[in-house]
Design a protein around this ligand. Sequence first.
Ligand SMILES: Nc1nc2c(c(=O)[nH]1)N[C@H]1C(S)=C(S)[C@@H](COP(=O)(O)OP(=O)(O)OC[C@H]3O[C@@H](n4cnc5c(=O)[nH]c(N)nc54)[C@H](O)[C@@H]3O)O[C@H]1N2
Ligand SMILES: Nc1nc2c(c(=O)[nH]1)N[C@H]1C(S)=C(S)[C@@H](COP(=O)(O)OP(=O)(O)OC[C@H]3O[C@@H](n4cnc5c(=O)[nH]c(N)nc54)[C@H](O)[C@@H]3O)O[C@H]1N2
Ligand SMILES: [Mo]
Length: 833
Amino acid sequence: MATKAPTTDIDESKVRATRTKGVSVGVPAVLHALEIANEQMGVRRSVAALLRVNQKDGFDCPGCAWPETDKRHIAEFCENGAKAVAEEATLRRVGPEFFAEHSIDELRGHDDWWLGQQGRLTHPMLLDEGETHYRPIAWDDALRLVADELRALDDPNEAVFYTSGRTSNEAAFLYQLLVRGLGTNNLPDCSNMCHESSGSALTETIGIGKGTVSIEDVHSADLLIVAGQNPGTNHPRMLSALEKAKERGATIVAVNPLPEAGLMRFENPQTVRGVLLGGTKLADQFVQIRLGGDQALFQAIGKHLIEAEECEGGILDHAFIEEHTSGFAAYRDAMAAVPWPELVAATGIPQKTLRRVAERVRTSSATIVCWAMGLTQHKHSVATLREIVNVLLLQGNIGRPGAGLCPVRGHSNVQGDRTVGIYEKPSAAFLDALDAEFAFSAPRPHGFDTVGAIRAMRDGAVRFFMGMGGNFVSATPDTAVVEAVMADVGLTVHVSTKLNRSHVVTGRRALILPTLGRTDRDRRAGADGTVREQRVSVEDSMGAVHSSRGRLAPPADDLLSEVAIVARLCGMLFGDGAAPDDSPRHAGDPERGLPERTPSETADGPDPAAARHPLDIPHLDGAAADAPDPAAPRHPLNVPHADWAALEADYSLIRAHIENVVPGFDDYETRIDKGGTLFLPNGPRDQRRFATPDGRARFTVNALEYPRIPRGRLLLQTLRSHDQYNTTIYGKDDRYRGIHGGRRVVLVNAKDIQALGFADGEIVDLVSEWTGADGVTQERRAQEFRIVAYSTPRGNAAAYYPETNVLVPLDSVADVSGTPTSKSVVVRLERRG
Ligand SMILES: Nc1nc2c(c(=O)[nH]1)N[C@H]1C(S)=C(S)[C@@H](COP(=O)(O)OP(=O)(O)OC[C@H]3O[C@@H](n4cnc5c(=O)[nH]c(N)nc54)[C@H](O)[C@@H]3O)O[C@H]1N2
Ligand SMILES: Nc1nc2c(c(=O)[nH]1)N[C@H]1C(S)=C(S)[C@@H](COP(=O)(O)OP(=O)(O)OC[C@H]3O[C@@H](n4cnc5c(=O)[nH]c(N)nc54)[C@H](O)[C@@H]3O)O[C@H]1N2
Ligand SMILES: [Mo]
């Protein structure tokens, strides 16, 4: 039997710190996962669910985006994947009775753990203006409310449409079409806070915003550098791949301020060696770098390689550099000029050690660099990642077996969402293809990214917010600011599986639209009444697309899938017709006479009044009576045309559209059939082709940057514990780091604790200090954190997200990518009065 949801919040006074673990995963991890699974789902459902994770006829694990190998284990999941499944497939329910019982004020008082643990959402709920409780609303009424609100906007750019990265390709593609059909590119997503820096740096330098390795490359690499990543917790299946590489002779270097257990030693629960022999030592070298020191580390490697080339030669791949790159001479000169003492100061690592890492690169026959949030969430992240590209280009380590760039993505379909158009800065080629396919003209001006959207809310320019999954309020920086600006939005709409903070910190009116998750069976009825079971598809971190089909009974009978929700909204807003006869369905056809949209849209648009007037939709409150002639047809010109009801009933029709719009999806349906994998083309990896303006991969020169920590202050990184999935808190422990029973801890070097005049175990406030462009220093406070002495470089500290998001200033973002600097927040510890 599954157990009841918790009735109280985490009691933070109970938090304890023990010794950290030197080993990760192993049998205890599997047992822990099964315990959580049984607690949430009961034994039978646990078995049914867990045996289908990542199997060819099963569902894609909603955990991370690490790829599966072609030969699957019976249990192709990890402890944290099992927790992600249990969290979604839980038997606990949050229905109308729950909302009748708990007022919004009460819910707001609870922590993220309590909210998330209550169970799956089962019914659409409306929080009306001034009301104290959510109340149930029928699906049709809820969707009409959304459509009405959208039509009532003066300008489509007053609406913001967020996406988290679990949404399937099919739902994401339809969603971006809805948004562009309305006339805006306001499509911020979780990527903006995650791997945006990777996308920015890679697009500029190699012409594609994705990595260049396959899982086989990881297995056959000679050297793997894993920087700014904690795979033992966040990508546990990656450890099996690292183990395999090691068995084949690879060397692994871990670059991290913290000695993360997963990187040190790994007990594979799927092998005898892992279970009985104490596992594999993974990292051959652990480089305990200062926060933000990685640009300097990769400059040091580049400098060493160039120096070695000058002394002995034969180190750089001159043929590759000559044929495929530009900018080498400038980079070489810049590296010659950068002083070693500066590189040592930035990294906090002696020159000898830096050279030892560089020697490993020099002697490696094939090098892969893997990274995640430790490298993407700093002010100079894009420069840091460009520096990694520089180092790999020197030895021709892109586009050959066992070598390349490996940004390890977070959400299980965050990469796929971007591929099918979730992007606030879409390319002209994508929009042209979209226009052609749906006989309309998508808006060209860029939309808001995540931080841009919050700033626009702050400026009062946003009247509508919709979240396709995710937890915008908790995941974004500067929590107090975000909570305040949300209140001014007219309507906030969340398509969600579980209750979270974004449902209780809302706009003036709020809607919760519950939806199916990955594990749920998805059956849709067509116009003729036939019910078809649907599958969706997702893309992993290495550009491999495959299908995913849930098998479990969904939490409520009438739950709509994300696809169905969006398809119905499209039907309400755009009518359900195919393209009008006089509207040719081909892009680039200057004759087709579709009006182009302009940045300020309305004035010169296609009769804007017609486009947004509540003409042809039924009304909840009888307001329709006042609307102009309801019989008048909506302007058929500038909206996308498709048979929305058919798309809702058969997702393969959506895939057919994707195939026509996005390059690389040829024979989509057949290739993902029967557990097949569709590998999206990747120019740099497959052919050493670089889609940059001159067709070459670019060496870049980047002035060295690293954080300067003021006296008496610490640089705080905000990171994940072992018992959470982003803002979803599974439990109260961070087992590998030895933290138990609570989350409000700050990990500090013992010498800093002493030097700052505190004691291990003391309770302090964290106060962030940020000097904005206006020269004024602002303070932000997170209360009551317990100091824990921990192995981290002097001057550096760590604490969990999202409790610390209140400390991250909205305006502190990475250059170029705009990603919040969640891994470098200047703080002081303050004794509580
Ligand atoms: N179980 C579980 N799995 C997840 C998630 C989850 O929350 N739970 N989240 C998913 C998502 S969306 C993402 S993006 C990924 C996140 O995966 P990770 O990036 O592994 O997540 P973080 O916890 O942010 O860990 C950052 C790591 O980088 C290190 N680090 C911080 N700053 C620096 C630096 O300046 N230099 C270097 N070299 N290292 C640094 C930290 O010490 C830590 O080990 O995981 C995905 N998978
Ligand atoms: N300080 C700090 N802030 C950070 C980070 C950090 O390291 N430090 N990391 C950033 C990163 S990398 C990321 S990716 C973002 C994450 O930001 P988000 O993606 O917005 O946050 P999540 O916590 O993953 O969202 C969880 C919610 O998604 C909903 N959900 C789960 N599965 C589904 C589904 O299948 N469909 C739908 N519709 N809803 C679903 C549930 O209701 C759940 O409550 O946070 C960012 N914020
Ligand atoms: Mo992420």
